[in-house]
Design a protein around this ligand. Structure first.
Ligand code: NCD
Ligand code: ZN
Length: 346
């Protein structure tokens, strides 16, 4: 197969930031994607419906003329979140999920949740109205090894929460382990998982062997090879439990190449080509559309996109810019380390 036409994809986990960075990275997503679930971890975070409406307006104002893109907004769950505001947000139709960051788990998560019992009224409301909870699934206990934090979160936070509130619809965001794959597989209709492009391409050796590669560092951190293989198997399985959330997370180079470097891989520019490469390697090109364009809308109870996007496999490899220039500084584009021949026709 050398050409492939699929329904226009959606990104079910995306960081767009704000201001000059938003301006620079938004076109990279809007070029190929129709919609995206927009992460709320700004400083200060997007907590209320009013915050989300204002942020959505800034995103739409930053969209270049001639491009179409629908931001699907999320609220950042805090221990002060008001359940009635969440209910109003869902009713507005603009807010499609609430995001749980365990406090301290990742970039800009300090306003997140320390004690789940403090947000139980919000979660009960969400379960009642069917509004999904997107989880950053890592515990923050310093005693727990960073490579085990996802598996421990499943056992000690997610499983008890789901026993207590089985009606709550949950997305396990950016799963990185075979434990995450297995838990999502058995979770029934109220559970799904997003998988990033980069976690299907790199394992922890890519970050740490032969010199530290800050642009491959993200959270949850890439794990052993067996986990990467489990993620590829899940994504290409055709199961509706798994769909794309790139977690494309831009940081300027000065903060990535730093003594205490920020977590995040910027993949918006080349994600679709990389996914075609991965799915072809797995003999599953016919399942790419499900992963990028069908399973996500089904879980979020949204219509699928009617527009399409075409890809073509060419002899010459794709050439991407090394960096996106932003008013805040340069942002390095994720480089897979091998040639990719699937060009997106725009
Ligand atoms: C994200 C960011 O930079 O906002 N970083 C990352 O490594 N993925 C936060 C997140 O999703 O964990
Ligand atoms: Zn993220």
């Amino acid at each position: 197969m050398t050409t492939l036409t699929i329904r226009r994809p959606d990104d079910w986990h995306l960081h767009l930031r704000d201001g000059a960075m938003l301006q620079a990275v938004l076109p990279e997503t809007a070029r190929h994607f129709a919609r995206a679930i927009i992460m709320p971890n700004l400083v200060p975070p997007v907590v209320t419906l009013d915050d989300a409406v204002a942020y959505r307006d800034r995103i739409l104002a930053a969209l270049p003329q001639g491009m179409t893109f629908e931001p699907l907004m999320t609220l950042y769950l805090t221990e002060g979140t008001d359940p009635t505001d969440v209910e109003r947000a869902a009713a507005s139709g603009l807010v499609k999920a609430v995001k749980l960051y365990p406090a301290g788990a990742t970039t800009n998560s300090h306003s997140g949740v320390r004690d789940l019992t403090k947000v139980m009224a919000v979660l009960e409301t969400m379960a009642r109205i069917g509004l999904p909870l997107c989880t950053h699934g890592e515990v923050t206990d310093p005693e727990v090894d960073i490579f085990d934090r996802e598996a421990v979160f499943i056992d000690t936070v997610l499983a008890p929460l789901r026993r207590r509130l089985p009606e709550l619809r949950i997305v396990m965001e950016h799963i990185t382990t075979e434990e995450g794959v297995a838990y999502a597989a058995d979770g029934g209709e109220n559970l799904a998982a997003t998988i990033t492009t980069h976690h299907m391409i790199i394992n922890r050796n890519h970050i740490l062997a032969g010199g530290i590669k800050p642009h491959y560092y993200c959270l949850p951190v890439a794990k052993r090879e067996k986990h990467r293989l489990a993620l590829r198997k899940a994504a290409t399985s055709g199961s509706p439990r798994y769909f794309l959330g790139t977690d494309s997370a831009p940081h300027v180079d000065a903060l990535k190449e730093h003594a205490c470097g920020c977590a995040g891989c910027f993949t918006a520019t080349n994600t679709l080509s990389l996914l075609a490469h991965v799915f072809e390697e797995e003999g599953a090109l016919d399942r790419l559309e499900g992963f990028t364009s069908l399973h996500g809308p089904a879980f979020y109870r949204l219509p699928v996109n009617t527009a399409t996007v075409a890809l073509e496999k060419r002899a010459e490899p794709c050439v991407w810019p090394d960096k996106i220039v932003s008013g805040a500084g340069p942002v390095t584009v994720f480089q897979p380390g091998f040639p990719v021949h699937w060009h997106v026709l725009t």
